[in-house]
Design a protein around this ligand. Structure first.
Ligand code: SF4
Ligand code: SF4
Length: 468
């Protein structure tokens, strides 16, 4: 069917943005996709002719779903195009391997010394890069001696409850990068949550605990993304039903569970039956991207007008909509969760000083969650910490998950990240703080300034901090 032809789907996006033009200038430093879209659109308008299949394919590859552009429908259209390419053409071997972050992490975790040696020796490192189509200038991340799973297994800490407070139980979802490459971030997250009296269960305890699905989704491997999500959804929904929240230290995982997973689920028959929707009306919670007449906290729309548009027909519509809603509604960004604990008086006083000047950069998928900058508020309570926030800007580090590793996108990725790096350097910081570990890898590649997750700074400021 023509709607499944990737070139057609990408052309639809070009036509929509080309006739709108709102993003022509304001986004040009922060996005590779839209400037190229307008270049192709202008060429077609001025010189006639069409957009070749290769140009459409390359264009689709340039979007990293950072969410800085204003139109959800446009992003959905690009993702549909990528998925159609994946279905029709398959993915190159290197991309298939790179997107399976969990499998690579498990493999490296099983042989940490061997993996560490292989990634540090120039000859083996060059071979790995060639096989995976990684740019030769991009260093491979260091493999830690013990990943987060190992730490969880050897650590037996009984749950601590804050006297005088209701029990809070959370499943902590570290994301693949913290789990396998930066376990110090995941450890700090667990330690700070526990210091606030939260009973923490690490997602790695569940045999079905898997990658959130975002890397394959970005690459257009819809089947793999769907497989990962359906594995996670079952056990996550069970834990939510048992009173657990889901807490993510990776903003991309959080964005995925809170927003992408839920897309369309409120339009499903199962949800409408549950909330009193009927043949006449659709009932959708306020804040879920639709506007109209309200009844309490519900937007009520005429089914005759909107029923054919508002349907659960997205990427994950084959999965139980009520489970998707339950998980999405109980998913929290770590900073958001800690800020709420702080508001309840659960956050212990931060007594250890961290006297240094830092820049805080909120990554794209945190901004896309529209929860403000919760870590920024918490960091302001750390004694001696001088925080310069880089908020409210259309900045992107350019790494885009694994995209910056891929040979064709290495240079564009650095070009995209350069304006942000210049802004960071202008503050002469002693450290950069950001939640996103892909940003961390990019910053580490572009400069020598140390990079930390804000939760590491919070953990180190607690009285009985044990960074070991
Ligand atoms: S993303 Fe939306 S606002 Fe931006 S140019 Fe395209 S249609 Fe217009
Ligand atoms: S999601 Fe990000 S990369 Fe994709 S078109 Fe929008 S701004 Fe550009």
């Amino acid at each position: 069917m023509s709607r499944d032809v990737p070139e057609k789907l990408i052309q639809n996006v070009i036509t929509a943005c080309g006739s709108c033009e709102d993003c022509r200038h304001f986004i040009e430093d922060a996005c590779l996709f839209l400037p190229e879209l307008f270049r192709l659109h202008d060429r077609k308008r001025e010189q006639g002719g069409g957009i070749t299949a290769a140009e459409a394919r390359r264009l689709a590859d340039l979007c990293n779903l950072c969410g800085l552009c204003p139109c959800v429908d446009i992003r959905r259209g690009i993702m549909a195009g990528k998925a159609a390419y994946g279905r029709r053409d398959g993915l190159p071997f290197g991309t298939r391997m790179l997107q399976d972050v969990g499998r690579i992490g498990k493999l490296c975790g099983a042989f940490p010394r061997l993996s560490g040696l292989a990634t540090s020796l120039p000859a083996t490192s060059a071979l790995i890069k060639r096989v995976l189509d990684i740019h030769p200038d991009r260093p491979l991340p260091a493999v830690p001696r013990e990943n987060f799973d190992g730490w969880v297994r050897r650590r037996q800490v009984p749950p601590k409850h804050k006297p005088g407070h209701a029990v809070r139980k959370a499943v902590y979802f570290p994301g693949c990068t913290a789990r396998y490459l930066f376990p110090e971030v995941a450890r700090a997250a667990v330690e700070v949550l526990e210091a606030c009296g939260v009973e923490v269960l690490s997602a790695v305890n569940d045999p079905d605990g898997a990658c959130c699905g975002m890397p394959p989704l970005l690459e257009g491997d819809r089947d793999m993304a769907l497989g990962l999500v359906s594995r996670n959804l079952r056990w996550m929904a069970e834990h939510v039903a048992a009173g657990f929240d889901l807490v993510c230290s990776c903003p991309t995982c959080g964005y995925f569970f809170k927003q992408l997973l839920r897309e369309g689920a409120y339009y499903s028959d199962a949800y409408q039956d549950q909330t009193g929707g009927d043949g006449q009306a659709l009932r959708i919670p306020v804040g879920m991207g639709v506007s109209g007449p309200r009844e309490g906290n519900m937007v009520v729309l005429r089914r005759a007008t909107y029923g054919s548009i508002l349907q659960d027909k997205g990427q994950f519509s084959s999965l139980d909509p009520l489970q998707r809603i339950a998980v999405g509604e109980h998913a929290f960004d770590l900073g958001e969760y800690l800020a709420s604990l702080s508001g309840e008086g659960r956050f212990p006083p931060m007594t250890r000083a961290a006297s240094r000047r830092v820049v805080y950069y909120p990554p794209c998928h945190l901004r896309e969650q529209k929860i403000g900058y919760p870590f920024l508020e918490l960091l302001r309570n750390v004694p001696g910490l001088d925080v310069a926030p880089l908020t409210g800007t259309l900045n992107c580090c350019g790494m885009a998950g694994i995209m910056g590793y891929k040979k064709p996108f290495h240079q564009p990725s650095l070009q995209l990240g350069a304006p942000l790096m210049d802004k960071i350097r202008a503050h002469r910081p002693e450290a950069i703080l950001t939640e996103c570990l892909s940003c961390r890898l990019q910053f580490q590649h572009m400069d020598d300034i140390p990079v930390s997750h804000p939760v590491e700074v919070l953990r180190d400021s607690l009285p009985d901090a044990d960074p070991g």
